[in-house]
Ligand binder design. Structure first.
Ligand SMILES: Cc1ncc(C[n+]2csc(CCOP(=O)(O)OP(=O)(O)O)c2C)c(N)n1
Length: 327
């Protein structure tokens, strides 16, 4: 194997085709969401992670099934990578009863505790305490699972970031904090919001390891997060990983992206994480051109079918309104 396909423990060469498919599922899922949002068939708001597929897939690839994640408002990729199925996800966005939250949650509230997904979160920084709490449960019950906490560069300026990392550090909780630095908050460039070079540098002030990885290179993400997960599993405590990446689309709906140039967008599109992964797989003889193409088409078909599933699913009735209400 070459340096390009240096795999962390627990990720096998035979897993790579599946990871490649997950990346396409995420891309096609979000492109469909974009399309149906524009057609007025998906309501509310939605935050797309097109361009960021490697950080979700690479990070979750190193987890065991019993491990958990917390996600963000830009969380479709995390959900799919942790094993969520596209049918109930699409149905959720279409507000149908067959969705993960029976159509009441929408894009930002997809949770699937059965697959270890403790939930997406509409509150920026809302996942930190949930992740640290789940890691504390794992430690106290000696359950052995690790928690991966996804968040954005903007969220690292929330108080909850500092509180959760501090507690996780002193209690050596089995949690990995993974910052997907896509260069912007809503419209604020990270350099105007944070007066340090890397978000990962903040790890030092909590006495934990911090590492920057190339968030558009699935192998780099897997290796960086893999090391941190092993450390957490061995009782050595949390780490902070920063995956440098880029969101191709606007922050959410109706974003004219006036805060960045088209040249910058083109530059990042040339670093497309899916195409980079495909080239390595094909060049290293791990996947034939034909198999790679078939995987892409399969993913496309599954997502198209999920739209059919969603559209043909029933909408909640007025009687459903008071069901599944916990507070
Ligand atoms: C506590 C809180 N403050 C503000 C918002 C509004 N808001 C939604 S997303 C966002 C930007 C978050 O940026 P970042 O954490 O970098 O994530 P990204 O959108 O770049 O993925 C803001 C300010 C919110 N949802 N919650």
């Amino acid at each position: 194997m070459t340096q390009a396909v240096n795999l962390p423990p627990h990720v096998k060469e035979t897993d790579l085709a599946g990871l490649y498919k997950q990346m396409w599922l995420i891309r096609y899922f979000e492109e469909k969401v974009d399309e149906f949002f524009a057609k007025g068939m998906i309501h509310g708001t939605t935050h797309l992670s097109v361009g960021q597929e490697a950080s979700a897939v690479g990070a979750i690839a190193v987890l065991e099934e019993e491990d958990k994640i917390t996600s963000t408002h830009r969380g479709h990729g995390h959900c799919i990578a942790k094993g969520a199925e596209v049918n109930p996800m699409m149905a959720e966005l279409f507000g149908r009863t067959t969705g993960y939250c029976k159509g009441k949650g929408g894009s930002m509230h997809i949770a699937d505790v059965a697959s270890g997904n403790l939930g997406a979160n509409g509150i920026v920084g809302g996942g930190f305490a949930i992740a640290a709490g789940a890691a504390l449960t794992s430690q106290m019950k000696r359950a052995g699972y690790v928690v991966l906490c996804f968040f954005g560069d903007g969220a690292s300026n929330e108080g909850s970031f500092h509180e959760a990392i501090n507690l996780a550090s002193i209690w050596k909780l089995p949690v990995v904090f993974i910052c997907e630095n896509n260069q912007y908050g809503m419209s604020g460039p990270v350099k105007d919001m944070t007066n340090i070079e890397n978000i990962a540098d903040r790890a030092e002030s909590y006495g934990i390891p911090g590492k920057v990885v190339d968030g558009n290179d699935v192998f780099d993400v897997m290796n960086g997060v893999g090391e941190a997960v092993e450390r957490a599993r061995n009782g050595e405590g949390p780490s902070l990983i920063e995956a440098k990446t880029y969101r191709w689309k606007g922050h959410s709906k109706s974003d004219a992206k006036k805060y960045r140039t088209r040249e910058e967008e083109t530059e990042w599109r040339q670093k497309d994480p899916i195409e980079r992964f495909r080239l390595i797989l094909v060049n290293e003889g791990l996947l034939s051109e034909e198999d790679a193409e078939n995987i892409r088409l399969e993913a496309k078909k599954e997502v198209e079918e999920s739209v059919e599933f969603a559209i043909n699913s029933p909408e909640p009735t007025l009687d459903d309104l008071m069901e599944d209400i916990f507070a």
